[in-house]
Design a protein around this ligand. Structure first.
Ligand code: ADP
Length: 207
């Protein structure tokens, strides 16, 4: 059992663990460009190959690339429904659903923690992907609580655009204030600890 539990970085071991028909929570957390959406989509596709009933949600705030799909920076896509709140997820999960995927978890209200716990309690496998830190390096939205209650956590890393080392931070490179500024490579860069400028409300793009 222990070797299965310590097989980090993939979810193959989960299928082998006897959960006695109970559900559980998986969290995929990391910086922007770290492959959270890719990993979420990979797990959802595999669940569908296993003929499980899957539903996927994302917050309405993030319709950057698509309204009805989650889309990774590498153009992987998976159908999803855009919802306004965590309570909307609970209202829309069908009784027969076995796997619930949630992207951009950081943008949801703190009710998301109770919602995913409720779903897992009903026997659903819940997979949440989200930014663990905002652009100032602070824990983001309900992600810290989700990491605390999850059975399984995968931490993903991007590549620092300055030095090529593993990147754990999302550096904002445009001059705007406020925690939520939805954008991609035009507004953010992946940075390692050495190259992250934590208090930047000013452009920090190196020329
Ligand atoms: P996330 O959901 O964590 O923002 P995605 O799954 O959407 O990440 O995208 C990951 C993909 O982003 C990588 O496979 C790669 O193609 C691309 N990418 C762009 N910039 C970087 C970077 N600095 N480090 C790693 N991947 C990057």
């Amino acid at each position: 059992m222990m070797d299965k539990l310590t097989a980090e970085g993939n979810d193959e071991h989960l299928a082998q663990i006897n959960h006695h028909n109970s559900g559980w929570i998986e969290v995929i957390a990391g910086s922007m460009f770290s492959g959270k959406s890719e990993e979420l989509i990979r797990r959802l596709r595999r669940a569908r190959i296993a003929r499980l009933k899957v539903q996927v949600f994302k917050p309405e705030i993030d319709v950057r690339f698509s309204k009805d799909h989650i889309v990774s920076h590498s153009e992987m896509r998976h159908e999803s429904a855009a919802v306004r709140s965590a309570a909307d997820i609970l209202a829309r999960v069908l009784p027969e659903t076995e796997v619930v995927g949630i992207d951009e978890g950081q943008f949801f209200d703190t009710d998301l923690v109770a919602v995913v716990n409720e779903l897992a309690g009903r026997g659903v496998r819940v997979i949440v992907a989200g930014l663990d830190q905002d652009y100032t390096g602070q824990p983001f939205g309900p992600m810290p609580q989700l990491l605390a209650v999850a059975e399984y956590i995968t931490k993903t890393h991007a590549i620092c655009v300055r030095c090529g080392q593993p990147a754990n931070y999302s550096q904002r490179i445009v001059e705007v204030e406020g925690q939520v500024v939805v954008g991609a490579s035009d507004s953010y860069e992946a940075r390692c600890r050495s190259h992250f400028v934590p208090h930047a409300d000013a452009p920090t793009k190196y020329e």
